[in-house]
Every structure is written in C-alpha cells, then in structure tokens.
Design a protein around this ligand. Structure first.
Ligand SMILES: [Zn+2]
Length: 484
C-alpha cells in the first residue's frame, strides 16, 4: 500500500476495502475472536470468558451481552451497585477494532466510502464539512464525487476520536452531546477542524466507535432525548446549526436499579437491557480478587483464608437484601477489594508483612462502613448500627467458612487426601497435640505448600503464619466439613 499521504479513496476502493458500520466492526471482531478460541479447543463459555478477561460476570450475562453485540444492538447494562457494569462497558472499548480508514481532515473521522459511495452514504452519511469540501455545491450527491479527490488516512480511534465517555448527571446538557457547528465560519475559515467552526459534542466524537454512558438515568430528560434522536435516526444536529452530522456508534450505557425508572421509555426501548447481578458462585467471586488486584507491592501477604472470609462476609450481606439506598454500595465487588487493601494497611501499621485476623476485622469494618452513603448524621449512625450488628454476628462465621474451604481444598485438591483425614488432623491440632508419623508428614507437606505459595516471606515467617492458621482454627472451634 502506498504512503498515506498519496493515498486516496479510489485506491482504497481498488484495494478491496469494504466499509463497515461501528456495529459491524465490533460484531465481526467478537465473532472472530470466539471462533478462533473455539478452533483452539476452548469451550463456548471459555471462549466468551477469554474475550472479557478483566471482568468476572456470570456466564448468562456474558452470553446476553455477546448476542446483543452480534445482533448489532445498543446496550443497557443494569443492576445493583458494584457488579462490574462499568468495567464490562470499558472492556467493549478494549475489544473494539481501532484501526480505521478515514477521510483526511474530517472532524468526525468519516469513512471515505461515506463520501462517494451511494450505498454506504445512505447507511452512514458523511458530515457537512465533507459535503461542502467534496460536493460541487447544491444538494450533495455522493455519486458525483470523484473518489480520487478524497484523501485517505489510516488512523487509530481514541478518546475524542471514535470514543466518547459521558458520566450521567444533571449537569450534562444537550449541547454537551451535540456540540456546536457553524457552517458560515467554515466558509470563512475553510478548515473544518477549526474549533471556531466545530466543537464536536460527545455524540460526534463517538462516530465510528463507541459511546459509553455511565448512569444514563441521571441524564436530564432533554439530554436523553438528544441521545434518543441519535439512536433513532443515526444523526445529530449540533446547536446553532441546521446541518446534521453522522452518529454512527455503538452506545453502551449503564444504570443502577434505582435510576431505571428515570430512563425515558422510548430511549430504553432502543437499548437491549441486560441485567448484571451479583455473582452467586463463591469461586467466581474469588476470581474477581485475582483479576482486579495486583500483589501488594510491599510484599504483605493476605492469607487465602482471609481472602475467602472477605468474600463470604459480602456474600452473606447480599443474601440479606437490605433495601436501603444508603446501604446499596455495601455489598459491591469494590467492598471486597477494599476489605483486602484495608486489612493489609492494618498489618503494615502493626509492622507486619502478614495479615492477621485482628487486621482483617478492622479492615472489614472500615471497608463496609466506608461504603455507607451519608445522608445526615442520624441516618449514617443508624446505618452504621445495621452494619455493625451484621458484622458482630457474621464475621467469625466468615473466617470459619474461609478456613474450612481452605483446609478442605488443601487436603482434597492439593494432597488428594480424604476429608476424614483432614478432620482427624485438625482435631489433633486444635486439642494442642502435635501429630507424628504419617499425619506429621502431612502437616509438613501442608507447611511446604504454604511456603511455595507465599512469595516474599522467609521460611520462618511462613512457618509462623501456618501456626497462626492452626491457631485460628482452634479459636473459632472450626471443624473441617465437605466444602463451604
Ligand atoms: Zn467528514
């Protein structure tokens, strides 16, 4: 292919290039990636999970989302706070194919075919800047444009240029979405990309790519209507203008449950609704910690037991379904992550590189209290009381469940030993006797496996951590059971 400088739309056409809408680009990439994973022997669920590798959601959510993309729909991800909706929306941008061919100098990165190809122009019209630049005047007719007069660049979609993000709030006005366009200024200045001619709003910035709208129900009605018009007609009319711009993007929006009613019904009808609920399976929630957390840079170790305990604490809270808006964030995935980082902070304050149960107890409280929304002192105290009471009944139980899971996993998965043997050994230790013989060997193996898993700690630190784990088991009167 010749250098971009000399490259024009006639050459692009001869190269066999086929123009695609944003929907088509995204859906082709998704399908292609799934088919490639299937060809390597991955199952359908694995192939879908590989596609969205930084977000853990249930397989049903993944499946609905992917089928919506393949269908070319706009999307609304809704559900409780902290279930990964925003993170899923961002992953769609990561997946989105960003290399595109565009009209050189076009402020909204039009596809060159939009300018001269009648068929593509009907689906994705070019912008008024391109019309006045390439059209001979009067009514614009793409079949009158000579493709060799349209300069083409290969470019990369990026924020403001194929990606626009909107955070829903009462302060987002229609102009923020449409932008401002002044055709008279274009005739004077001649440069369609001059900010005096065009201030592209979010909808124009998103052309050919993605529009991400977080908390769409928080947008004022007038702003929602502008978005609706863009989705219905595929065009945007900037303020102070009668000209229309192309709005060829995939809209991915999110909403929490409370703001659902605030989404204008015709707008909601244009969006494929996908419910993103909390994940019920403990092992998937454990994966969230793996995916979202980096190992602590200071080398502080959070025992696996307490990782599980953090998750159990939040899972049991979710099961209570406390229906108070001020408490809606307490059960979020972010709370689990906070619990871990707060527990680590308390270990550091104690001068230790090993999180102990006392650090965990403080960290869990901080993380949960920190997610209570304050609406005046009284209501905060009342809500704090609810969380405190919950923790006083649940925290020990969560640690115990964490230990059981860890202990049993260790024996069954890592050692291939029976639960009965695990129980016998646990009882001996909890009664203060140090086992000998084969059981003693098993304990030694338990310690050595822990050593391998605890990077950055000395042998002695690992040994004392394992003794601590044994101690915890005694403290909580834990008896190993068949799984959690
Ligand atoms: Zn253009």
């Amino acid at each position: 292919m010749p250098k971009d400088k000399e490259f024009n739309a006639a050459m692009l056409k001869d190269s066999g290039y086929r123009p695609r809408t944003a929907q088509e680009s995204l859906s082709e990439t998704v399908l292609d990636s799934i088919e490639r994973a299937r060809a390597k022997g991955y199952s359908r669920d694995e192939a879908m999970a590989l596609l969205f590798r930084s977000t853990i959601v249930g397989p049903d959510v993944m499946e609905s989302l992917i089928s919506a993309i393949l269908a070319g729909s706009h999307i609304l991800l809704f559900g409780p706070s902290g279930t990964g909706k925003t993170s899923l929306a961002k992953e769609l941008w990561r997946i989105f194919p960003k290399e595109v061919m565009a009209v050189e100098g076009c402020p909204v990165q039009d596809d060159p075919f939009s300018v001269f190809d009648k068929e593509h122009h009907a689906r994705s019209p070019c912008c008024p800047s391109c019309e006045s630049r390439f059209g001979p005047g009067g009514e614009f007719d793409p079949s009158m444009v000579d493709p060799s007069s349209v300069p083409v660049v290969r470019t990369r979609l990026r924020e403001g240029y194929g990606l626009a993000r909107v955070q829903g709030s009462a302060e987002v006005f229609p102009d923020n979405l449409t932008g401002v366009f002044n055709l008279h200024r274009l005739e004077e200045i001649g440069d369609p990309t001059s900010p005096l001619v065009l201030e592209p709003g979010k909808l124009l910035q998103a052309n050919r790519g993605l529009l991400l709208v977080d908390e769409v129900g928080k947008l004022p009605l007038g702003t929602q209507n502008v978005l609706l018009q863009a989705l219905q007609e595929g065009i945007v009319t900037p303020a102070k203008s009668r000209e229309t711009f192309p709005a060829g993007f995939v809209a991915v929006t999110t909403s929490n449950l409370r703001d659902l009613d605030a989404i204008n019904e015709p707008l909601n009808d244009r969006l494929t609704n996908i419910y993103v609920d909390y994940i019920r399976e403990h092992s998937r929630n454990r994966r969230i910690l793996e995916v979202a957390r980096r190992p602590d840079p200071r080398g502080v170790m959070m025992p696996e037991i307490l990782m599980h305990a953090s998750i159990f604490t939040v899972e049991a809270w979710r099961d209570l379904s406390v229906d108070l808006p001020e408490l809606s964030e307490v059960g979020s995935n972010r709370t689990i992550l906070d619990m871990v980082s707060r527990s680590i902070a308390y270990a550091l304050l104690r001068g230790s590189r090993q999180v102990a149960v006392e650090d965990f107890e403080k960290g869990v409280k901080d993380a949960m209290y920190g997610r209570i929304r304050a609406r005046g002192g009284d209501s905060f105290q009342r809500n704090e009381e609810i969380v405190r009471e919950y923790l006083s009944g649940n925290m020990e139980l969560s640690v115990e469940r964490g230990f059981r899971l860890y202990w049993c996993t260790f024996f069954q998965r890592d050692l291939g030993a029976s639960a009965q043997r695990a129980e016998k050994l646990a009882r001996a230790i909890s009664e203060g006797s140090i086992p000998g013989g084969a059981d003693g060997d098993l304990l030694a193996k338990f310690i050595s496996v822990n050593e391998r898993n605890a990077g950055g700690l000395t042998d002695e630190e690992v040994r004392s951590a394992v003794v601590g784990i044994m101690g915890q088991m005694k403290d909580f009167g834990c008896r190993p059971a068949q799984g959690p």
